[in-house]
Ligand binder design. Sequence first.
Ligand SMILES: [Fe+2]
Ligand SMILES: [Fe+2]
Length: 339
Amino acid sequence: MKRENVIGRANVEDSPELEAYYAALEREALGALWTVANEIEPWYPQPRSVPVLWKWSRIEPLVRRAPGLVSAEKAARRVVMLVNPGRKEWSAAAGLLYTGVQIMNPGESTSAHRHQASALRFIMDGRGAYTVVDGERMTLGPRDLVLTPNGTWHDHGIAADGTQCVWQDGLDIPLMNALDANFFEVHPDVLQKPSPLSREHWSKPYSPVFRYGWDESYEALRRSSEHSEYDGTVYEYRNPLTGGPIMPTLGAQLQRLAPGERTRAHRHTGSVIYQVAKGRGASVIGGQRFEWEEKDIFALPSWAVHSHANTSSTEDAVLFSFSDLPAMRALALYREQPA
Ligand SMILES: [Fe+2]
Ligand SMILES: [Fe+2]
């Protein structure tokens, strides 16, 4: 029992009578709130997740080994997960966000499936990767973003004349499981037949655009006038019909730090997974400094104080990130505070 000597907080001394009483409650599937209140109602968010930096130089050799060990078919999805030491039980990278690095060889494909979890992929390396979403086939190159929103049929593969491809998957699987709302289905045809997707009268709760190419996105970032002292210059991937986030639970953005730029520190509710799209720099998260370079991935737990810096004096640094901020905002849980 966590006692707190503060008015309004639980502060009950144990006694033999109370212990007998707690045992009697437990036998009836009951409990005394005051024994856990200070833990289940913290003063502010107490994430189990810790800040983590996964260096690409450490991940890559391990990811490249996987195709020699397990077939794409047997694995269904041949992915090396990034697991937060504080969130192993949820297979989460931070908070209730999942991320992993998937690898496929030319000519390989995954079987078509759909799930309640919303998903996105940020391509890291290789040529010839494609994703089919609700019958629409899109070819993807490095740093392109593709969405496979909740409930859409999708399958991935690499063209026979392509090269080995690697990409980062981002999903809200742990959130779906925390809400006990997860579903998964395999497509009856294993692979989808290409079919044009009608976008007339679009009423789906996610963006009608599934592929956000790097060239256009980077150009939009360079032209963006959205600058914040906490994030640098921002380009948010948006649903063009609503101006809102790309999917109901997951959002994604690019942020550019000019040479030498350092952001001010702040904190907010919501977890964020970053991948370094360009350049090098350092972030301070919860007092720990992490030095990053291209393709490194790092996790920001909710409410952790953080700031970013571009440590180069000549090159841009660009961070790609995805987050659960749309879910936070939709549920009116978003809070932000300068540090
Ligand atoms: Fe999927
Ligand atoms: Fe931030």
